[in-house]
Design a protein around this ligand. Sequence first.
Ligand SMILES: CC(C)(COP(=O)(O)OP(=O)(O)OC[C@H]1O[C@@H](n2cnc3c(N)ncnc32)[C@H](O)[C@@H]1OP(=O)(O)O)[C@@H](O)C(=O)NCCC(=O)NCCS
Length: 144
Amino acid sequence: MNIRRALPLDAEELARVESTRPQAAGWGGKGFAGEIPQACSCVWCACEEKEIIGFLALRAAAGFAEILNVAVLPAWAKKGVGFALLSHTLKDLKKQGPYKVSLEVAQDNLPAQGLYTKAGFAKLGVRKDFYGPGKDALIMGINI
Ligand SMILES: CC(C)(COP(=O)(O)OP(=O)(O)OC[C@H]1O[C@@H](n2cnc3c(N)ncnc32)[C@H](O)[C@@H]1OP(=O)(O)O)[C@@H](O)C(=O)NCCC(=O)NCCS
């Protein structure tokens, strides 16, 4: 597996990976195509051979970063791909200086919470009804 930055021509393949995971952000091809060229945005792809098997998208500026969208293909789940993407992202950000990194994750999304906790993120708070009535989000964060 290797990890590289996404290019605009990856947008449709990223959307196919995203579509396998209802918990992902649901950007679709147009969303990825708009996001990838943004100066403050970075979309990392995990690739096996030439296939994209997972991605992590974040925006970072002026010492603050937010993780916006993450997914790993179900066939590659629980094999360390998500952790490799997150570790790579944090290492890359750290090279640019200190950052406060945060994200929202559904309160019932225990796999994703496990991933972030394993990488050192802590729970910072709760956003009530963030994903709809009765569907709260946890805010998680890490200072690197
Ligand atoms: C969250 C997600 C990206 C994790 O990717 P992954 O490659 O399967 O994760 P890893 O194999 O690197 O696992 C890292 C840690 O995450 C946690 N984890 C991953 N899958 C899990 C599961 N099914 N149940 C419980 N914990 C899980 C564990 O703590 C794991 O550490 P461990 O292997 O030492 O137990 C993946 O489950 C996914 O795509 N989920 C749907 C999309 C999503 O939820 N995105 C995040 C929205 S905020």
